[in-house]
Design a protein around this ligand. Structure first.
Ligand SMILES: *[C@@H]1O[C@H](CO)[C@@H](O)[C@H](O)[C@H]1NC(C)=O
Ligand SMILES: *[C@@H]1O[C@H](CO)[C@@H](O)[C@H](O)[C@H]1NC(C)=O
Length: 284
């Protein structure tokens, strides 16, 4: 082999090594973007990472609080349940229900689904008293399936984005829960959800895969937990706006002021979590 061809050979070798490196880098980038895009919260990070400053301007905390605290459209609002929270003078566990014509649960012929009980039954008892059949769910109470009172039916299930195990807790999708209680095609007069953050999974699942099930719900009473996380805030906000495009109007909003949830923002008291009521305007 001549000197020249040896030099050429080593150049070729170096070039092909560089090529392999570039291809590997490309594959890595594609996998990285794909994996990040796959999971909802990480998608938010990816969005910020790859930049979108315009949207960030719109989605400020200022705008979020302005939006989340707005409520209108129910003339006959009533609070059901609630009791004093530990050694404070604040009420917890209460839920707003709209009693306007066509939107109100019909006493004697209404169905309530109640997710997240935490041994606090005041809302469920009040809805039973009003005349509704109540299906209550909580996987964290170490209680087996049972009937409470006359018409409250408890199951130790969690509401989630999948049917399976999440954080060691048995969860089911909204559709699978409806199937189990045979309410897939029924009107749900009131859907109560107070599940400490899992509402993001619930919304993601129904909005993506089972949006028609939302059309059967007259009212949704939910505690949302944006906390102080931009990712959570943006996610729940986008879900709420999807809900609005399905004709759910925000008819009640209340910050949860139980310590340590409340804090000051631009001289205003805001909270890590809010009680919201949405009414399905298609029923009016
Ligand atoms: C929302 O309400 C409008 C006006 O009543 C109606 O035309 C539209 O079909 C509704 N949209 C949905 C998704 O139900
Ligand atoms: C908050 O209140 C203080 C004192 O009243 C005032 O000087 C300040 O400008 C206010 N800040 C905002 C963001 O409104």
């Amino acid at each position: 082999m001549s000197i020249n061809s040896e030099v050429l050979n080593s150049k070729v070798r170096r070039l092909s090594a560089l090529l392999v490196l570039l291809v590997a880098l490309n594959i890595f980038t594609i996998i990285f973007v794909f994996v990040i895009g796959k999971s909802g919260l990480h998608f938010e990070l990816a969005r910020q990472f790859f930049g979108n400053s315009n949207r960030e301007l719109i989605m400020s905390w200022h705008n979020f609080f302005e939006y989340i605290e707005g409520a209108a459209g129910c003339t006959n609002l009533k609070i059901f349940g609630g009791q004093l929270y530990r050694n404070t003078n604040m009420i917890d566990g209460n839920k707003a229900v709209c009693l306007d014509e066509n939107i109100a649960p019909t006493p004697g012929a209404c169905t309530v689904l109640s997710f997240g009980i935490n041994n606090e039954w005041s809302f469920d008892d009040a809805m039973e008293e009003y005349g509704c059949k109540v299906f209550a769910f909580d996987p964290t109470m170490q209680q087996p399936a049972h009937t409470r009172g006359r018409d409250i039916h408890f199951q130790p299930w969690g509401l989630g984005g999948i049917t399976g195990i999440k954080n060691k807790i048995p969860v089911l999708t909204y559709r699978d829960i409806l199937k189990k209680i045979r309410k897939e095609d029924s009107i749900i007069d009131y859907l109560k959800i107070d599940i400490e953050g899992f509402e993001l999974d619930f919304f993601e699942n129904v909005l993506d895969e089972d949006v028609e099930l939302l059309a059967n719900i007259k009212q949704i009473g939910m505690e949302i937990h944006p906390g102080r996380s931009v990712a959570f805030r943006n996610k729940i906000w986008s879900q709420i706006r999807q809900l609005r495009s399905l004709n759910f109007s925000q008819t009640y909003s209340q910050p949860n002021l139980i310590p340590p949830n409340a804090y000051k923002f631009e001289n205003k008291t805001v909270s890590n979590c809010y009680e919201i009521l949405w009414c399905n305007e298609n029923f009016r």
